[in-house]
Design a protein around this ligand. Structure first.
Ligand SMILES: NC(=O)c1ccc[n+]([C@@H]2O[C@H](COP(=O)([O-])OP(=O)(O)OC[C@H]3O[C@@H](n4cnc5c(N)ncnc54)[C@H](OP(=O)(O)O)[C@@H]3O)[C@@H](O)[C@H]2O)c1
Length: 265
């Protein structure tokens, strides 16, 4: 980690080498591209080799392609091994994730388990290994975990997905506190509707979502990278999302349970 022009928590943090999961598409791809513009070397992780190799050939920095299905424990162990190897990674971006839409009892059970494997198990393992390695190497570094505004309220018709994101936010906030003394930044990035492949993959009909609620993957990525540079525990990008998340946080449980299904339907 190089610090340019400020104390360790300054926004102008620059990273030496970042590992980004889910870099083949959407927010992860935008994060990898923005890091590369800053001169950060990359290790990019996802299942789609062709897309990863296309990204690696586009960027002007050293970029390793690591093909891994993060729902597969052996593949996940390979990514953990890359975090431990002698060529250090000072920023880990746990971005890979997906969901399914519909009532739990109607959803494909194997795919629901996959949601938990990728959004929770893989993110947890990679956060733990990153923290361990960064502390062992004398401190400093960053862990940027991509959560969601869905973390702020149980979400009918995306129950598993919302629960996984509540896990991501809770874990990240706790790690943020644990790792402050080791100068390791930890941030939960909580996007709202972002134009990526996410909605198609989740079979979510996004046609009724008003334009003003959408953000671009580039804007979300920039907000996340600013947030981890500043060591903010939680980043909710976009004014509408901030208002929504603030409201959900402030509402008592019964009011939230009354409102959320009505707003989401
Ligand atoms: N878009 C939104 O509205 C929104 C809102 C809130 C939060 N988020 C969160 O943002 C993160 C990024 O999503 P996105 O919006 O950029 O969606 P996206 O365009 O669908 O990208 C998802 C990324 O995750 C990777 N991925 C999925 N399953 C994987 C697996 N089993 N192993 C390895 N990589 C896997 C995909 O790569 P491969 O297919 O190549 O494996 C892809 O690179 C997710 O955690 C999502 O929950 C998105």
């Amino acid at each position: 980690m190089r610090v340019t022009g400020g104390p360790w928590h300054d926004w102008a943090m620059r990273w030496n080498r970042a590992l980004v999961t889910g870099a083949s598409s959407g927010i992860g791809r935008a994060i990898a591209q923005q890091l590369a513009v800053d001169g950060t070397r990359l290790v990019i992780v996802a299942r789609d080799r062709e897309r990863l190799e296309a990204l690696a050939s586009e960027v002007d920095v050293d970029c390793e392609v690591l093909v891994a299905d993060l729902s597969d424990r052996d593949a996940l162990a390979n990514v953990e091994a890359r975090l431990r190897d002698e060529s250090p990674i000072d920023l880990v971006v746990n971005n890979a994730g997906f969901g399914q839409t519909g009532p739990l009892h109607e959803l494909n059970a194997e795919r629901e388990t996959g949601v938990i494997e990728v959004n929770v198990i893989a993110l947890h393992r990679l956060s733990q290994v990153a923290a361990e390695v960064m502390v062992q190497r004398g401190g400093g570094g960053g862990i940027l975990n991509v959560s969601s505004v869905a973390a702020f309220a149980p979400g009918p018709n995306s129950a598993t997905y919302a629960a996984t994101k509540a896990f991501v936010s809770s874990l990240s906030e706790a790690l943020h506190a644990e790792l402050i003394e080791h100068h390791v930044h930890v941030t939960a990035l909580c996007p709202g509707f972002t134009r990526t492949e996410f909605q198609d993959r989740a079979d979510f009909d996004a046609s009724k979502v008003p334009d003003r609620l959408w953000q671009s993957a580039d804007d979300v990525a920039a907000a996340g990278l600013r947030g981890i540079g500043q060591n903010r525990a939680v980043v909710v990008p976009g004014g509408m999302n901030k208002v929504g998340a603030g409201l959900l946080n402030a509402l008592p449980g019964p009011a939230r349970r009354f409102l959320v299904p009505r707003v989401l339907s």
